[in-house]
Design a protein around this ligand. Structure first.
Ligand code: 4AD
Ligand code: MG
Length: 456
């Protein structure tokens, strides 16, 4: 029958699968739905590399092994043409994913024309060009791998909290007041009133924690600071656990277990993607609770020592002024002294947020913690125990010149069954940048929003 000689008939008998799962089909014919990533020609052999969203695989097309039309179709393929390809899976130790595809048949869904080629080639492009073409850049193997790792980090964070008794409660994004300081608010017109995009779900999940015990939020948050550092986005995603009847020690224990779980998950489930981006896994394998803990004062002592003994002249160029918050170089120096995230606790209350509980041992310090990732990545988590007393919180709101009316509901949490409670926020993009070993947070999210960019 004619179908048997039709090269496309292989498509109907082969199993549909994905590149990530191709190992289960060794020796069989499979069909992949994807795109041409690259093509190399060597005499009577073609080596197309296909991608399908789950990974990449090299195909082999010997002229003698396929009908002439099939050979010619592959030979004419252009980068990012969409194709449905059928071939036999062959194990090959030298192949990056461990397998190659002996191509039997190919269906071209859309061929990208030569006169309007895919703009991102395998040559070097500048960052501005790549960001301008972010909608296409994400198709390249490294960027796709980062996005899959991001998804795994989010899933791991949620699984950890879901499995440890935390209830997901979603705070509003449109809010009437500041959480993290008035200078970094994005205003929006709310039917004639001024409202703001949320900086953090914290104040709201303090309320859901007092309702449900252990809760978390996961959602987009916004900061209008005009900062251009490699750690700042104007829109980023934050996961925030909050626990009733919990103190700073409980919070630090949660932070180290949470991070250890997430890193371990990425190592076990995303090994192939970690390999694609070339991340040193030994650095990640070291991330195991417990993490080192330093009081702010001890951290300052380390910075002074670094300056006085000129231990890190590139980073520490001035003597740190006691009482300040740490800057990026300070965090970089401190975290580079350890192979695990460093937990710095009890900062001076004056440099931290209004809602932080003072240390009863010395109220000049706050019961707070910043978790600094190693290898110079700096703060990935910020959190604290919260002010439990109605009088103190009311005074703090006044001292910080915050609008009293907007905080009445928040004060109510201290009027009716107030308890010690604590929580933290982890910025997903900071975590992805560190775990993937990236230069800049702009590659950790599909479409980064920064001071200079809101396109595409
Ligand atoms: O330290 P932050 O400002 O803390 C809070 O917002 C608390 N209300 C959280 C809480 O206790 N529930 O932010 C928390 C984390 C930081 O450690 C950092 O990882 C990330 O959010 N983050 C940013 N990530 C990217 N771009 C920015 N502009 C960020 N600002 C904070
Ligand atoms: Mg912070």
């Amino acid at each position: 029958m004619s179908e048997q000689t039709n090269p496309q008939s292989a498509t109907t008998t082969a199993t549909n699968t994905t590149i990530a799962k191709i190992g289960a089909h060794e020796g069989q014919s499979v069909t992949l739905h994807g795109w041409l990533y690259a093509l190399r020609e060597s005499g009577k052999l073609l080596f197309p590399i296909f991608r399908d969203g789950s990974g990449t695989i090299q195909g082999i097309v010997p002229k003698a092994a396929v009908p002439p039309e099939t050979f010619e179709t592959v030979r004419q393929l252009t980068q990012e043409s969409s194709v449905i390809v059928t071939g036999k899976v062959r194990a090959d130790k030298r192949a990056p994913g461990g397998y190659e595809l002996d191509v039997e048949a190919i269906d071209v869904i859309q061929r990208v024309p030569e006169d309007d080629p895919f703009p991102i080639t395998r040559k070097e492009h500048g960052v501005d060009f790549l960001m301008e073409h972010r909608h296409l850049w994400i198709r390249t193997p490294r960027q796709s791998a980062i996005l899959r790792i991001r998804a795994e980090i989010i899933k791991a964070a949620r699984d950890y909290l879901d499995d440890n008794g935390f209830t997901l409660t979603d705070p509003p994004i449109l809010t009437p007041a500041a959480c993290e300081g008035t200078s970094t608010l994005f205003p929006v017109d709310y039917f004639g009133d001024e409202a703001y995009l949320t900086q953090s779900g914290q104040l709201y999940i303090e309320s859901t924690a007092l309702a449900l015990g252990k809760v978390y939020s996961f959602g987009p948050t916004f900061r209008a600071e005009k900062s251009k550092t490699r750690r700042h986005l104007t829109e980023f995603w934050m996961v925030e656990p909050e626990m009733a009847y919990a103190n700073l020690d409980d919070l630090m224990a949660l932070a180290e277990n949470f991070i250890s779980f997430i890193v371990d998950r990425v190592l076990t489930r995303r090994a192939a993607d970690i390999a694609v981006i070339g991340r040193d896994v030994t650095k990640l394998q070291a991330i195991k609770a417990p993490f080192p803990r330093l009081r702010y004062e001890e951290a300052v002592r380390m910075l002074h020592e670094a300056y006085d003994q000129n231990l890190a002249p590139d980073l520490i160029q001035t003597r740190f002024e006691y009482g300040n918050d740490f800057g990026s170089p300070d965090e970089t120096y401190l975290s580079s002294q350890f192979d695990r995230p460093l937990m710095v606790h009890r900062y001076p209350a004056a440099v931290k947020a209004f809602y932080m509980e003072p240390d009863p041992q010395d109220p000049n310090f706050a019961l707070c913690v910043d978790v600094l990732a190693p290898e110079g990545y700096g703060e990935v988590i910020g959190g604290s125990q919260r002010v439990a007393s109605y009088e103190l919180l009311k005074k703090r709101i006044e001292d910080h010149n915050l609008p009293a009316e907007a905080f009445q509901w928040y004060l109510d949490l201290r009027r009716y069954g107030s308890v010690p409670h604590a929580g933290f926020g982890m910025g997903i993009e900071r975590a992805v940048a560190w775990i993937c070993g990236l230069e800049h947070v702009r590659e950790t999210i599909p479409f980064a929003r920064t001071l200079n960019r809101i396109y595409p």
